[in-house]
Design a protein around this ligand. Sequence first.
Ligand SMILES: [Zn+2]
Length: 242
Amino acid sequence: MSLTICDLPSPNHDERPGPVDTLILHYTGMKTAQAAIDRLRDPEAQVSSHYVVDEDGAVLRLVPEDRRAWHAGVSYWRGQAALNGRSIGIEIVNPGHEFGYRDFPVLQLASVCDLCLAILSRHAIPHRNIIAHSDVAPDRKEDPGERFDWEGLARNGVGVWPFDVPDLGTGSAVRDAGGLHPVRAALAEIGYRVAPEGALDPGLATVLRAFQRHWRPEAVTGQADAGTLVRLQGVLRLVRAR
Ligand SMILES: [Zn+2]
């Protein structure tokens, strides 16, 4: 692991209320890396992240890990809200869905992976708490999105991925409340904020899309289809084992 980190401090941080147990990945979602970095360092913007990883793999540190950076906003995961206090945030340079979403270069992914491994060596972060901004704020955020290689990251020892699950395609979606009860329960056990009962409503579709962006990127449909359900069960088995 040869990771060079350049310090480019941001003033946008404050005291942490407690230990770190969550790692949240983002994309910058701006036209250029420079625009994103400028914003993350602008005292008026009131946003920041601990790290930025550029498309060429360069890693910038904006906020020390022992300080609270302001990257996640209103957020929820596994019963916890306001995740900035307990998380480290990595912004991965990509224009995002708004400005021409594109693949993440291999060099960039390699740096993200090395950076995550280094962070994991310093904090007690369970793999199931290595998540997307869209996982913790599914109604507001889509980042880092379905082009991000969570599977590749997990192959290198970062995060959770159900490798042994077959691809069942998008057929036969469940839509009724009875059929969706175990789906809602599984999403909640993994960590999402989701109502325990009900047929397929906009709130559940939004959470299903967040799950799919992370664990079923081939088809982000908002439907509880066969391929999604088998991945959901696969992820559930893994998080129960950890
Ligand atoms: Zn974000």
